[in-house]
Design a protein around this ligand. Sequence first.
Ligand code: C2O
Ligand code: CU
Ligand code: CU
Length: 470
Amino acid sequence: MLTRRNLLALGGYTAAAAVLGVGEVGRRDAGPVRAARVSELPQVTPFAVPMPVPPVLRPVATDGDTDFYQLAIQRAQVEIFPGTSTEVLSYGGGAVGPTIHATVGRRTVLDVRNDLAAHSNVHLHGGHVPAAHDGHPMDLITPGGTRRYEYPNTQRGGTLWYHDHSHHSESEHVYRGLHGMYVLTDHDEAGLGLPGGAYDIPVVLRDGHFDAAATLLYDMVDPSRRNTLLANGQVQPYLPVAPRRYRLRLLNASVNRVLTLDLDGVEMVQIAADASLLPAPVVRTALTLGPAERAEIVVDFAAHGGRSVVLSDRIGPVLRFDVGVTAGTDDSRIPDQLRPLPDPLPATVLREFRLRMDGATHQGFINDQPFNTGRVDARIQRGATEIWTIANDDRGLPHTFHPHLVQFRVLDRDGVPPPPGETGLKDTIYIGPKETVRIQATFEGEPGRYPFHCHMLDHPGMMSQFEIVQ
Ligand code: C2O
Ligand code: CU
Ligand code: CU
């Protein structure tokens, strides 16, 4: 399909010009337009390298009900720009950590060794995990130390991810590469007939700021120069696909950027939001993903054989699908019904949390308080159902709100029922400037302390914790 974007790409529209030039203009918080600093970035020929798929982590042992894994947290050199080398922080050595495959009902035991000179840890985002294994910001693996995490996998299946959560350094650590996908498969999924196996592909999206030597630069206070978008650790890669249906698991692993994605007008059938299938599929041509949000989409390339389809964010192309011509068999389908919501339990407790950033000090607050690891802002009776009102008090900034441990339903946005893409169970929610969202969750889980926070990890302090009590 030849769209304006493709034509530009074919005409030698370089990645540097595309991402930096357009990006500066298209920024959500666009101030005065700056001169494009094209010379700061290594030049990239768009769509010249294939998109890697992160390796699947192999268990080192299995028994009747458990799969055992090992993972190292390490520095690594990766090739993000052809012919150059970029130092990243990594789970296992790649630009994106290996994908962990888990099955509902089988435990995952993950032994992690920290080879960094800094404290680090692992949090399973979207996981229903006891506090002792949650990767709390104060529960860290010391340099040279090891730690065992146990994940019960007793929740519904879905696309989870794992990332660093070390107090004060989670933003930089996640930005520098400490993130990977965790795909939890439910037994009822096989009956749905969705595309699977080689046609089920994780796509980890994130932004970054690089200098001419391909060094990844981090500046918490000014994320506006992170105008290079990566798909599974590559700049503008291509992915050869067959003319058939694919299931794509999209994750926005950026620590600040909200992605607004489209596929050249081709339909993206959204089947899941965060770690949960939707009650029914939703046909979309645009998709917004705040930091830490996931969406699963099914794309049918059957009508596009021999052409290319480009996934783009508002700041530029991200990934090109090159559709082959030989049709194989495709017995996948998208059923009308996916996974119904559980019946809601009556809520007995209402709480309100107001999010705010102080622009001058770059300090975040929840209910006017910065994060204090010793303070608990919500004591929750184990099993209680609560409604939380989350208000974004900022005029110019969005936030993404995320409580650990639970999945929630979205009751409304500014009093209006959520759009169909938010009708499943979610664990992270985008909240626009001055917007108020109400969510409802049932807090089953082990007693202990769990964080809740803004997942724009560049908003330090916008974090608190709740405690499950018996
Ligand atoms: Cu993605 Cu506190 O988590
Ligand atoms: Cu989390
Ligand atoms: Cu925030």
